[in-house]
Design a protein. Structure first.
Length: 280
């Protein structure tokens, strides 16, 4: 593997609506050596299904409807302006997954390196098209999708962008080990790399070494959710990496990059004295 693996630390909504938590997670990603942090941007009025809006949930802020909870943890312009400023100070790229057209339009006011359309939305071809058309790079995740749905999203993206990344993904949180199906990375590489699509892996499992296996299979992008503490409240916390786990993943990834080499058979420098000793 010649290229450096691009590691995305997915903060998502694990900040629980706290800018202080978001900054702490950015700090963790920066210390670990991640290439980017990513948030999730929604218009809850659009994204939350009607049948769920009035359901009551028990939250750290008391009982509230699901729509009120989603609004409670959603960042707006004031928070993202501060995130933009803080990430520049830390020299870390940031971006978002866009969950609707309002969020896409909102995100385009920032100079973001890429935008992601999450697994849940890759069948929304209008959103895929607009994201591909206006972002510097579009990343798609393939979770809960058929091969036909993935193919249509990829080919729609390619009509409007020459910078497309497709992440193999399973949308269960956490994903059962037997359903990761990492060999799909090879399948996707064989089908789409010849079209110029880059292949990655977005993991929601509890393990680290599965991400390393994905890299060994050729994933050039890796995305993992991160948290300050898995015991924090929130649906994504339990399948997220805590700081020490993220540190280990990034360190092991960089070690793998060095170990992969260039594939050229040769006598290496460290072997020369051994060769001379044993072969004369």
């Amino acid at each position: 593997m010649n290229n450096k693996v691009f590691i995305i630390a997915e903060i998502g909504i694990n900040h629980n609506g706290s800018l202080e938590n978001a900054k702490k997670l950015i700090d963790v990603a920066e210390i670990a050596g991640c290439d980017s942090v990513k948030f999730q941007k929604r218009n809850p009025d659009v994204c939350v299904p009607e049948h769920q809006k009035k359901k009551v949930r028990t939250t750290p802020w008391g009982e509230m409807t699901y729509i009120d909870y989603k609004k409670r943890v959603e960042f707006g312009k004031e928070e993202y302006d501060e995130i933009e400023k803080y990430c520049k100070q830390k020299n870390v790229d940031w971006t978002v997954s866009v969950w609707d057209r309002d969020s896409l339009e909102f995100s385009l006011q920032y100079d973001l390196p890429f935008l992601k359309v999450p697994s849940a939305l890759i069948t929304d071809l209008d959103l895929v098209k607009e994201t591909a058309k206006y972002s510097k790079q579009i990343i798609l995740s393939s979770g809960m999708s058929t091969a036909e749905e993935v193919d249509l999203a990829v080919r729609t993206s390619l009509e409007y962008s020459n910078n497309v990344v497709l992440m193999h993904c399973n949308s269960s949180y956490p994903c059962p080990l037997g359903e990761l199906n990492l060999r799909c990375i090879t399948t996707l590489k064989n089908k789409y790399e010849k079209l110029g699509v880059k292949i990655g892996y977005s993991g929601h499992e509890m393990l680290l070494h599965t991400s390393l296996a994905a890299i060994s299979l050729g994933a050039g992008y890796v995305e993992r959710h991160i948290t300050l503490d898995r015991n924090m409240w929130g649906t994504d916390q339990s399948c997220s990496l805590e700081p020490q786990g993220l540190f280990r993943l990034v360190r092991a990834t960089r070690q793998l990059e060095e170990a992969f080499g260039d594939g050229v058979i040769r006598v290496t420098e460290s072997e020369i004295p051994v060769r001379n000793k044993l072969r004369g």
